[in-house]
Design a protein around this ligand. Sequence first.
Ligand SMILES: NC(=O)c1ccc[n+]([C@@H]2O[C@H](COP(=O)([O-])OP(=O)(O)OC[C@H]3O[C@@H](n4cnc5c(N)ncnc54)[C@H](O)[C@@H]3O)[C@@H](O)[C@H]2O)c1
Length: 263
Amino acid sequence: MKIGIIGCGFIGGEIASFIDENKEFKLIGLNDIDRNKAELLAKNLKSNNAVIMEIGELIEKSDFIVESAKKDIVKVILSNKNIDNHGKKLLIMSTGGLIGNMALLEKIKNCQVILPSGAISGLDAIKSAAGKIISLSLTTTKSAKSLEGAPYISKNNIDLKNINEKKIIFEGKLKEAVEGFPQNINVAATLYLASKFKNIKVKIVADPNTKFNTHEIECTGEFGIIKTTTQNLPSRNPRTSYLAVLSAVNVLKEIKNNIKIGN
Ligand SMILES: NC(=O)c1ccc[n+]([C@@H]2O[C@H](COP(=O)([O-])OP(=O)(O)OC[C@H]3O[C@@H](n4cnc5c(N)ncnc54)[C@H](O)[C@@H]3O)[C@@H](O)[C@H]2O)c1
């Protein structure tokens, strides 16, 4: 399987290293807005098949395209004339880029679009329950420091330095949360796309004493109650949970595996 990676940062690098160790896959193309990053990654791989390419060429030549760049690039990829060719697979990490581009996603019929669970657990159950959900909530608890720079914080003049104990910073709808806290956008977007539930309630809590990024999901419906808690530690990229990287690499492992567990 010929693979091309768009975005050669932390996740792209980890996926490239996995491919480097697995002969079933062949990394043929790399793309990064910062060409130096793509060149550095190519240089550090054992195999020397990967060529630095423009996005169009990478999509045309790859059977499996990995997006591990930024949400803005998702629209460009979904609009490419070759993306929906038969037999192609597209792994999207910046799932937040799909919100606002749902019409483009729905137009894709032949390419298999894969959205990994990323930094949350329980997505298998939530997906099975879609259409039978009565209520769904996401509570994200982070250190006060990691909420710095969020548009909602500056707009509402919230002084994060004076938070000495756990405090609810935001309670509202998914769309407002995505706008106010774009760093949370992937988790919220993936949850929405799996559940197809429009009234997801989001709570953001600042905890000055935590080292985790915690995502709690509570979902009720005809099936009963689903409750999951994922306490994430950051990866080498402090903005990216380590579990999200493991989840992306696991997509490739699953392709090789003929036994499918969970759905
Ligand atoms: N789905 C999830 O649960 C989840 C979890 C963590 C991260 N993510 C997302 O995955 C993406 C990658 O994360 P990361 O930790 O590897 O980030 P990173 O910052 O380490 O790497 C991103 C790379 O993409 C490159 N890039 C940026 N814009 C680009 C563009 N327009 N075209 C080509 N390359 C571009 C950057 O130069 C950088 O090298 C981010 O969008 C992040 O938000 C998703």
